[in-house]
Design a protein around this ligand. Structure first.
Ligand code: DQQ
Length: 493
């Protein structure tokens, strides 16, 4: 890799970060060969955020700051696999088009985050941006204050501001603080788990973000049902309820309930996404009061393939949250994404005979936004084949099974590359009151995000190997069905 000279941010004291012109760290240099290679990589995304290169995981510090959206993220500037955790940083006016900014936080040698700057959040404290995050190791909580430009960050001299888990609690972990303002102070939920019992979110209070008092668990799960450790909590009001999101070392769960006197009582529980790519979601409120989530879309191919690519990880589309009448979380892609829609094709009233698969002539691509409204009629199942090669050796299928009332993302033929996961995953999904299935599908090269009905999300990664795997077909099996409308937009990179 060629050595470049660029502006990076360096720790010059234990806590102050300034811009300096130094030999670049890997991943921050102007590497033309890497840029050219990534530009022709058929699996890098066009409208889902990715760093220029290397490894990314959790979204961190989401905040709408002075009219611009800031996305920080877990970042390894030194390679395509997890490690050396820093906070990468990008900014956007519309949640869709992002500008890369310098690394915001790096481990401070001999500091409480010397072994890694793990996940956390951002808040506006009297007009100043403050990040609260986990320093490693052991797991402690730290804060850093930003300049108005959000480019320079000063780690607080009192770090760690929470130096250990609560006395007397044997925990399985202690990380990923999520902070909010409430009446008499600042509150934080810290991801944790109680040995022998289950995952937990621990509730803290502070007047100044520096000195914290432990109150009690916001929620404790049963290990048999929701795992032993909860990471990356988000806690926020939605409609007339409160929602707690946690990542359970496998999936993202949400709890909807009431919150009074700093006690949370869940009434409804669900899964935010039913595939395993979507993880470590974080939620923030924008100036319009919308609650918006991003989740890390982890790769579903092996380490060797990630290292060969030189990068790993994408962020989900921004998802706007609402509550359904039964208490379930509803997620829809932020309307801003529609500004990236380009060419459009519409198909109406397509009759589908039993076993028939009809190509959507003229609609093809690997960066698409699709809205399909299909009435299963007497078919056993209906759906779409996506990323189809002309010889059908590669195809990814979204299928609705009427009897099971479930949608499935079938990736068994999605790639010829043995290094990629080719699983089939499913989730309960409901037809609308008119008996029609509405599917919104975002395809972005290796990303497929499926929104089925109003309450089901399935997000997976696919790695077709053939350049011609860009076709779309609609099908019915076990009876006949009608595709009332299928809109397909190309998404402009
Ligand atoms: N990733 C971070 C942790 C968090 C985990 C480390 C979740 O802070 O618990 O990269 O993916």
């Amino acid at each position: 890799m060629r050595t470049g000279r660029v502006v990076v941010f360096l720790a010059v004291t234990a806590s102050v970060w300034i811009a300096a012109d130094v030999a670049a760290a890997p991943g921050q240099e102007e590497d033309t060969a890497m840029t050219e290679r990534h530009a022709t990589d058929p699996h890098r995304t066009a409208y889902h955020f990715q760093p220029l290169t290397n490894w990314m995981n959790d979204p961190n510090g989401l905040i709408h700051w002075k009219g611009r959206y800031h996305l920080f993220y877990q970042y390894n500037p030194f390679g395509a696999l997890w490690g050396n955790m820093h906070w990468g940083h990008a900014v956007s006016d519309d949640l869709v088009r992002w500008t890369h900014l310098p690394i915001a936080l790096a481990p401070t040698p001999d500091g409480p985050d010397k072994d890694g700057v793990f996940s956390g959040c951002a808040v506006d404290k009297d007009g100043a941006p403050v990040l609260m995050y986990t320093g490693i190791a052991p797991e402690v909580q730290c804060i850093a204050t930003g300049g108005d430009d959000m480019l320079t960050w000063t780690k607080h001299p009192a770090n760690p501001v929470i130096g250990a888990p609560p006395d007397g609690l044997e925990v399985t972990g202690f990380r990923d603080p999520y902070v909010w303002r409430e009446g008499d102070g600042w509150y934080a939920a810290v991801g944790s788990g109680i040995e022998g019992t289950g995952g937990a979110a621990l509730l803290y209070r502070s007047q100044d973000l520096v000195s914290w008092e432990y109150l009690h668990p916001l929620l404790v799960g049963k290990k048999e049902e929701t795992g032993t450790m909860w990471e990356c909590p988000s806690f926020f009001p939605l409609g007339d309820k409160y929602v707690l999101l946690v990542s359970t070392l496998g999936t993202v769960l949400y709890f909807v309930g009431t919150y009074e006197n700093h006690r949370f009582a869940p009434e409804y529980q669900g899964r935010m996404d039913h595939d395993y790519s979507f993880y470590a979601a974080q939620v923030f409120a924008d100036a319009a009061g919308r609650r918006i989530a991003f989740g890390w879309l982890r790769e579903q191919r092996n380490d060797e393939a990630q290292v060969e690519a030189g990068w790993s990880g994408a962020q989900s589309a921004p998802r706007v949250l609402a509550l359904g009448p039964g208490g379930a979380l509803r997620q829809s892609p932020a309307p801003e994404l529609e500004s990236a829609r380009a060419g459009h094709a519409r198909f109406e009233n397509m009759r589908l005979g039993d076993g028939q698969s009809r190509p959507l002539e003229g609609a093809r691509g690997d960066c698409l936004d699709i809205v399909a409204v299909i009435e299963p009629g007497n078919a056993r199942s209906v759906g779409l084949h996506l990323r189809v090669s002309p010889d059908s050796r590669e195809q990814t299928t979204v299928v609705y099974d009427v009897a099971a009332a479930a949608v499935r993302l079938d990736r068994r033929r999605s790639t010829l590359d043995e290094r990629c996961e080719r699983a089939m995953r499913g989730a309960p999904a409901r037809l609308g009151p008119d008996g029609r299935l509405t599917l919104r599908i975002l395809i972005d090269r290796s990303v497929i995000e499926v929104f089925a009905g109003e309450e089901t999300c399935l997000t997976g990664r696919v790695y077709p190997t053939l350049a011609e795997s860009v076709g779309i077909e609609v099908f019915a099996r076990g009876g006949s069905a009608t595709a009332h409308s299928i809109d397909v937009w190309e998404m402009a990179p």
